[in-house]
Design a binder for this molecule. Structure first.
Ligand SMILES: [Zn+2]
Length: 80
């Protein structure tokens, strides 16, 4: 999961960070360096969209089903 800090005043976005602690550090550094420690209007956190199964393209579903079928058939052949 990557998080980004966005400053609406400066119209800038931080590089992605992986943790809330990293995000807090980006926000703190930006506030101190560019806004004298004040909280700029319009700042926000950009978070990735939560994963949804409907986002997986149909082709990947088909490929996944075929691979699963091959594995299951392979196991059945070995056991049978
Ligand atoms: Zn700013």
């Amino acid at each position: 999961m990557s998080l980004q800090y966005r400053c609406g005043q400066c119209r800038t976005t931080s590089p992605p960070v992986l943790t809330r602690t990293g995000l807090d550090e980006e926000r703190r550094k930006h506030r101190v360096l560019f806004h004298g420690g004040h909280v700029p209007d319009g700042e926000r956190v950009i978070e990735p969209e939560p994963f949804r199964f409907t986002d997986i393209p149909l082709g990947q579903w088909v490929a996944g089903a075929l691979m699963t079928l091959v594995i299951v058939v392979g196991i059945a052949v070995r056991l049978g």
